[in-house]
Write a new protein. Structure first.
Length: 238
């Protein structure tokens, strides 16, 4: 089984190819360039370096949200275009789940933290039995204080990872009442290899969709949609 995976849900953009239990290649960039500039050239480079015939890919995996609205749309459009052109199924991996899978095999509770702005985080809670991931709390958009309260209720040690760590580390240091660690740099943010590895499990379980069926999961309204809703509420009151 060969899977091509894309993750452009945050500042990081990443492309990977796995075949069965082997990572054939991965290209990850964490730099202030738009994903519209980087994703397709990265994909082309991976295909070239691996001498990859895209027709041999069994499925296209993509980080399906939440995350950056623009980044998710770019990744989604790329995956859908590839799926349609190659007549391949898509596998949509929840972004927070894919991020948590960076720490597959961890003995501690795993808590991804993605910066969702407005003092909120896209987060969830996960634990592993070997390399099998179990969802303790499904991905959600909440305040940092709410996810810390849920962690403290469980009373377990926890490892935090994600771009939200840089934002919320001072708050965690001051308020987290259980033993905690922060993941090291090489597994701290989104990686397409983790998306691909998790997608392999989805594929075996039949969790696939057609390119036409795929839609990103945003979890909350965009800023433009929130502002429009406020205007409409204001107009209704006049």
């Amino acid at each position: 089984m060969k899977i091509l995976a894309i993750d452009s849900s945050g500042m990081v953009v990443s492309v990977a190819v796995i075949e069965d239990d082997k990572l054939l290649g991965e290209y990850t960039i964490n730099h202030k360039k738009t994903h519209s500039q980087t994703l397709l050239p990265m994909l082309d480079e991976v295909v070239r370096m691996l001498a990859l015939d895209l027709a041999t890919v069994d499925a296209i995996a993509v980080s399906g949200g939440p995350g950056s609205f623009t980044g998710l749309r770019i990744g989604s459009a790329t995956a859908k275009g590839l799926g349609m052109a190659l007549d391949k199924p898509l596998i949509s991996i929840p972004t927070v789940d894919g991020l948590a899978y960076n720490l597959a095999g961890s003995s501690a509770l795993v808590c991804p933290l993605m910066d969702a702005r407005r003092n909120q985080t896209y987060t969830g809670l996960y634990r592993f039995e070997g390399y099998q991931m179990h969802t303790v709390l499904k991905q959600c958009a909440v305040g940092i204080e709410e996810i810390l309260a849920k962690i403290e209720e469980r009373g377990e040690s926890v490892t935090f990872l994600g771009d939200g760590v840089r934002v919320f580390a001072p708050y965690i240091t001051e308020h987290c009442a259980v033993p905690y660690t922060f993941a090291p740099a090489h597994v701290n943010e989104q990686r397409a290899s983790a998306v691909a590895a998790l997608a392999a499990q989805y594929f075996k379980a039949g969790k696939i969709q057609t390119p036409a069926e795929h839609r990103p999961e945003y979890l909350r309204l965009s800023q433009a949609e929130r502002e429009r809703a406020k205007r409409e509420q204001y107009e209704q009151k006049q």
